[in-house]
Design a protein around this ligand. Structure first.
Ligand code: F6P
Length: 547
């Protein structure tokens, strides 16, 4: 644990990096590659069939050595062990952090409060598999005897982003005779559009909420219940056939009217944004089937084991986490672009946003003192090649440094003529262009008039990682997600913050609860907000009345 250690910026390893940064900050990737032609073959790490090329980063061997020293001096090894042992490393919520238990194989032993949790995990997985098989085969019928053809997952944050991302990512493996929809936003449009072409008698709603109290999810769940009942003649008995719940809160589920026999459980040691491989993945399992879901879990587990056992210098999540710290804290980079060259991963950046930013967007250390350095960067991205025709301009020629993660697969899932070679040519080209750019001399040599030269120069020296895998499979997806989970953990450990709480979402939630009655009340409410908020509320009420 980092508690009790010297503050991060006072550790010798940090100071050594600061001094080193001054020496290497001006080095250009052109020179690094020219001086060391073997760099692209050497600065790679390969594990569990993921190939990481990190040679196009602004680092030397010394940088890596110092970053690894920083990880060691920050107690990363001890903290990894503490997490895997089920210690309460989520200090502010007094909880263990055991998403790794969700993908531990049968027979593993992980003890929480004196109890081995692995058998519980597998019991829920078996229950999910049994249910999924029944729905997929048509053995589970709706209230009127019709087969379930549509599944709606209702949840938000970690109870939505993982399921949507996984459904999109693994659509190739999904049951195409079924329709999957995801409703998260409290904006009624989300629900209305999701159900506008669905028949309630063929629709199953999964209410996914760890707490079963989240305003958005509960509002949508009640709307879904009314919609379903209205379509099924108002018979309350129908709820049992059309609603299931995924939650840690059995009482809340029962109160909503869902039989707890139709509840799939998970545990408070699973954080929302780390829960896509728990029962929160029920929609994923319904879409791709239990065998594919288990293959995904196996992928997660392979990466867990790699992270747990591999020396830091060859450890994929550790390397990626450390490179992130290098840019964030020494170069002052504020964002990371995640650029999958795989259309099926179109929701992967959105998923990573919660994983990374809800985890590491923190302003105090574990002991509550204010951090004296920048913590979590902003993650964003879009699939290639679309992003190239949108925001890449800024990455290539803008004034800020944006570290990029390119993700690509050797085999296409939809081989179509030359498409895949063209796609992969683009990902390699972008990483090359960002690193090496184009000098004024090169631009001039092309016959460019002098006045145009500065506009056409690419400074280069813009860093990137390239992650290459054979094929996007359920197993590969598990590895990729675990890679980022553990990279976030590595960074959180270095920054000495709690990556597993999310107090920053509370204030807005509480204020919204106060404002809701102020918008709904018949009488003019007495408002006690600031003058801006008061005026906005009055304005809304006025216009609402008039419309
Ligand atoms: O956004 C805050 C948050 O608590 C997330 O961490 C969580 O994933 C999401 O809300 C949904 O919570 P629940 O699953 O309890 O509805």
């Amino acid at each position: 644990m980092s508690i009790g250690m010297a503050p991060l910026t006072e550790r010798p390893a940090w100071k050594a990096l600061e001094a080193h940064y001054q020496q290497v900050r001006g080095l250009h990737l052109r020179k690094l590659f020219a001086d060391d032609p073997g760099r692209g073959e050497r600065m790679i790490a390969e594990a569990v069939d993921l190939y990481l090329d990190y040679s196009k980063n602004r680092i030397t061997d010394e940088t890596l050595k110092l970053l690894v020293q920083l990880a060691e001096a920050s107690g990363l090894r001890a903290r990894i062990d503490a997490m895997f042992r089920g210690e309460q490393i989520n200090l502010t919520e007094r909880r263990a952090v055991l998403h790794v238990a969700l993908r531990a194989p049968k027979g593993a032993v992980i003890v929480v409060d004196g109890e081995n949790v692995v058998p519980q995990v597998h019991a829920v997985l078996d229950k999910m598999a049994n249910f999924s098989d029944r729905v997929r085969s048509g053995a589970w019928l709706g209230h009127t005897g019709k087969r379930i053809r549509n599944v709606i997952n209702i949840g938000i944050g970690g109870s939505d982003l993982g399921p949507v991302m996984a459904y999109e990512a693994l659509k190739h493996y999904s049951e195409r005779a079924m329709t999957f929809r995801f409703v998260s936003n409290v904006d009624g449009t989300d629900f209305a559009e999701a159900v506008q072409d669905l028949d309630p008698s063929e629709t199953l709603c999964i209410i996914s909420s760890k707490t079963f109290t989240t305003l958005e999810t509960m509002t949508n769940a009640h709307t879904a219940r009314s919609w379903s009942l209205a379509g099924l003649g108002g018979d309350e008995q129908s709820v049992a056939k059309h609603f299931v719940a995924v939650s840690t809160n059995a009482e809340g589920v029962a109160k909503f009217g869902i039989d707890t026999a139709n509840m799939f459980e998970f545990w408070d040691w699973v954080g929302g944004r780390y829960s896509m491989d728990s029962a929160i993945g029920l929609s994923t399992m319904l879409a791709i089937g239990p065998d594919n879901f288990r293959a995904m879990l196996d992928g997660f587990h392979q990466m867990d084991e790699h992270f747990r056992t591999t020396p830091f210098a060859a450890n994929l999540p550790v390397l990626m986490g450390l490179l992130g710290v290098w840019y964030n804290n020494f170069f002052g980079a504020q964002t990371v672009a995640v650029l999958p060259y795989e259309q099926y991963l179109k929701r992967f950046p959105a998923y990573l946003q919660q994983l990374t930013m809800e985890s590491n967007g923190k302003h105090v250390t574990l002991d509550g003192s204010k951090v004296a350095y920048q913590t979590g960067p902003i993650y964003w991205g879009e699939p290639g090649t679309n992003g190239q025709h949108s925001f890449y301009q800024l990455i290539h020629q803008g004034t800020g440094l944006i570290a990029c993660d390119f993700i690509a697969f050797v085999q296409p899932l939809n081989p179509l003529g030359r498409h895949h070679d063209i796609l992969l040519a683009n990902v390699f080209a972008q990483a090359e262009a960002l690193a090496f750019g184009k000098t004024p001399e090169q631009v001039q040599a092309e016959g460019t008039p002098d006045w145009l030269v500065p506009h056409r120069v690419f400074q280069g020296n813009r860093p990137s990682n390239t992650i290459l895998a054979a094929r996007l499979t359920p197993e590969t997806l598990g590895k990729l997600v675990a890679l980022y989970e553990h990279s976030v953990f590595t960074q959180g450990t270095i920054w000495n913050i709690n990556s597993f709480d999310q107090w920053g979402v509370e204030l807005g939630k509480a204020l919204a609860q106060r404002i809701i009655p102020e918008l709904e009340s018949q009488e003019e409410p007495r408002l006690g907000h600031d003058s801006s908020t008061n005026t906005l509320i009055r304005r809304y009420r006025q216009l609402k009345k008039a419309s």
